[in-house]
Design a protein around this ligand. Structure first.
Ligand code: ATP
Ligand code: MG
Length: 269
């Protein structure tokens, strides 16, 4: 049998029956301004789902709904339903900090803690009680750095260097290692290569594809080339609406909506 991860069509099919998350009729207002309009989609168990669309169309807003990042923000009103493994996430029984541990967040600008490389990862594992004792914690830190394809470059300087002593691309891989440190199910990445150079971008893209074999990964990108390279499926947003979602091949070779056609043919990069 062909392995999951080799064939995007097959992976999209396999994930479809048992989604990690389901979003239905999601609308969001910032005060009087409606930023999301009746958005519905599934996030599969193991896939890379790319959000594309012009600036201001609601990509980051939608991403933040998934891990309840809008909680407590004044003036934000949310309507609709989001389920994680079948359970509604916006209810009283869900404890937001506990819920958020299922997610790793990677921002556009690498933002490591100004602590040692080791401590960048150990901190989250420690506060969540994920590794008991020094040996287990050492192993956990190594695992995360290996998974983030950074171990070989930093193994001699885990305690001697801080996160800020690394190059921009290394910092971003450290942030991904840190995100993996709390053993999340879902990785949310908001333009993760938006501020790093092309060689570093290639490494992070390789890492995204690898993580999509084991995690649900949602990545926002302004690069159509990047979406084509890393995504199993693509969701196209336009003025707060999700106008198209499908396999990367479907969206780029046979878009059904004229707005999607216009966007992918007009977008540069
Ligand atoms: N905190 C906020 N308060 C008020 N309006 C906001 C807020 N955050 C975003 N918006 C508005 O909501 C809309 C969607 O913004 P969002 O940041 O989700 O867009 P985006 O697709 O991520 O854009 P970009 O590609 O530029 O990052 C925009 O019109 C934006 O101005
Ligand atoms: Mg954004």
């Amino acid at each position: 049998m062909q392995e999951i991860g080799q064939d995007p069509e097959m992976r999209a099919q396999l994930g479809a029956t048992n989604p990690r998350m389901t979003v239905r009729g999601l609308s969001l207002w910032y005060g009087a301004k409606q930023a999301l309009k009746d958005v519905s989609f599934d996030l599969h168990q193991r896939e890379v789902l790319a959000f594309i669309g012009p600036s201001g169309c609601g990509k980051s807003t939608a991403l933040k709904c998934l891990n309840r990042m809008h909680d407590g923000v004044r003036g934000v009103r949310i309507d609709g339903e989001i389920r994680f493994d079948g359970s509604e996430i916006y209810n009283d029984a869900t404890d937001p900090p506990v819920y958020r541990r299922r997610f790793g967040w990677v921002a556009q600008k690498p933002n490591p803690f100004p602590w040692s490389i080791y401590e960048n990862i150990a901190y989250g594992a420690r506060i969540h009680g994920l590794a008991a004792g020094k040996a287990a914690l050492d192993d956990h830190v190594e695992d995360c750095l290996r998974r983030a394809m950074l171990w070989e470059e930093v193994k001699e300087s885990l305690h001697a260097k801080t996160g800020l002593d690394l190059s921009g691309g290394q910092q971003q891989r450290l942030c991904i290692a840190r995100a993996l440190g709390t053993q999340p199910d879902v990785l949310l990445m908001d333009e993760p290569t938006g501020s790093i150079d092309p060689i570093a971008t290639a490494r992070v893209e390789e890492l995204m594809v690898d993580l999509g074999r084991t995690h649900s990964v949602v990545v926002i990108t302004h690069s159509m080339m990047q979406a084509r390279r890393v995504a199993d499926r693509v969701a196209h947003f336009h003025m707060g609406e999700l106008v198209a979602i499908g396999t990367t091949k479907e969206i780029f070779t046979n878009p059904q909506d004229k707005r999607t056609m216009d966007f992918i043919t007009g977008a540069v990069g």
